[in-house]
Design a protein around this ligand. Structure first.
Ligand code: NIG
Ligand code: FE
Length: 400
């Protein structure tokens, strides 16, 4: 540099010190299944975690951040959301809270609003929800199409989603498009043909709403198999509103997850427990906002199934981006311990997305960390509704 000018090195490593309690989700790094460390530090190098351990042994770094004794957890992994839409369904929610039941039919309202919206409007909506989720600690988020239901509108939704996340899911089979109401078989042909062709370049996953009023087991099998042939890995909206074939189909096809899992027979629970590859993703925001009974997480965990927690953010059944809210419900009403719920919202989501680089705080993982204004992660359930997330690093960048 020039004389008299001291140029500082670019900051590449940051040490977060004085972390009162750190969930690593890495048993080798700390206590119990959460790999819990007290008085911990984490070193971030670029977009990755370089080191995690006792604060007293932290290696030197270019910059440091004092966590002030607060708790740190891996950034939440929300493995199920529907963010590409326009409008809202306040009237439907109001009617439901006066006793009207939730049905798949409400999806049509959002399809009409979404088709009528500009690309810019949809992009701004996704950006707003991703930011909203980030403020509540979510650093990885999956999102789906499903409110376009034409080849053009579904591909547009996925192209817009892909600008915000790599976890994009083709849900052309959300409901039968209104234009095909009299001929569902023709709609399945569209979803497995021209619509799949248009969407496959922008999607990682394929999903079907397998439910009365949407798609039956045979249609779901056809659609998921067609997607899989194009390299899209299946996930299934299964057993949300009623008992049905969704969960067993998901397990049979080796889907990454069976989502909702609200109405399960003993056979469904066994299938999930025996499966080494299909995660049971529970979405308590949906039961909250539809006044339905919650899925029984305890029964699934005790049987040996892997459980994830997600928001299902969408304008119909669950208009929330808040993972802490889902954790609180799961602990209060689904039989989960605070430790289990925290792990389901982080490592569970990562498993549902078949990712090993997120959902944990360990060397080599993405530097995705949420700091809580609390002494431990237990406060996420213990202090429901309180905005405890006070700082977030996503891919090594402090975003909050
Ligand atoms: O996951 N179940 C299907 N899809 C969404 C609801 C979509 C809507 O009502 O707009 C869900 O709950
Ligand atoms: Fe959903």
């Amino acid at each position: 540099g020039r004389a008299g000018h001291t140029r500082s090195r670019p900051v590449t490593t940051t040490v977060i010190t004085n972390i009162g309690s750190l969930v690593t989700n890495t048993p080798g790094l700390g206590e119990g299944p959460l790999g819990l460390l007290r008085d911990a530090a984490v070193v971030i190098d670029g977009d990755r975690i370089a080191w995690a351990g006792p604060a007293g042994r932290a290696p030197a770094a270019d910059a440091s951040y004092d966590a002030g004794g607060r708790a740190a957890v891996p950034g939440f992994v929300d493995s199920h959301s529907h963010l590409v839409f326009a409008g809202d369904r306040t009237e439907e929610f109001n009617a439901r809270m006066s006793g009207r039941p939730y049905t798949a039919g409400g999806i049509r309202t959002t399809v009409a609003a979404t088709r009528a919206a500009s690309d810019e409007e949809l992009d701004a909506n996704v950006a707003r929800f991703v930011t909203e989720a980030l403020r509540q600690g979510t650093t990885t988020i999956e999102t789906k199409s499903g409110y376009g239901l034409t080849p053009h509108d579904e591909a547009r939704a996925l192209r817009i989603a892909a600008a915000h996340t790599s976890e994009t899911t083709y849900l052309g089979a959300h409901i039968v498009a209104p234009e095909y109401a009299g001929d569902p078989a023709a709609y399945v042909d569209l979803v497995t043909g021209p619509m799949l062709d248009a969407c496959a370049p922008y999607a990682r996953w394929v999903d079907v709403f397998c439910e009365e009023g949407a798609f039956d087991g045979d249609q779901a099998r056809t659609i998921l198999t067609a997607g899989a042939k194009r390299g899209l890995v299946p996930r299934v909206h299964a057993n949300q509103l009623s008992y049905g074939p969704g969960v067993r189909l998901a397990v049979e096809l080796g889907a990454a997850s069976a989502d909702h899992c609200t109405h399960l027979t003993p056979e469904d629970v066994d299938a999930l427990a025996q499966s080494g590859s299909t995660v049971a993703t529970l979405l308590p925001g949906a039961e909250f906002s539809t006044r339905a009974r919650y899925p029984d997480a305890r029964r699934l965990i005790d049987a040996g199934a892997t459980v994830a927690l997600s928001t299902d953010c969408n304008p119909g059944s669950s208009f929330t981006t808040a993972m802490p809210f889902c954790i609180a419900i799961a602990v209060r009403d689904m039989g989960m311990t605070p430790d289990e719920a925290l792990q389901a919202a982080t490592l569970g989501g990562a498993k549902a997305l078949r990712r090993t680089d997120v959902g944990r705080v360990a060397p080599g993982a993405c530097a995705d960390i949420a700091l809580l204004d609390a002494p431990s992660h237990v406060h996420l359930a213990y202090r429901p509704g309180v905005p405890l997330v006070s700082a977030v690093w996503r891919r090594g960048v402090r975003e909050l």
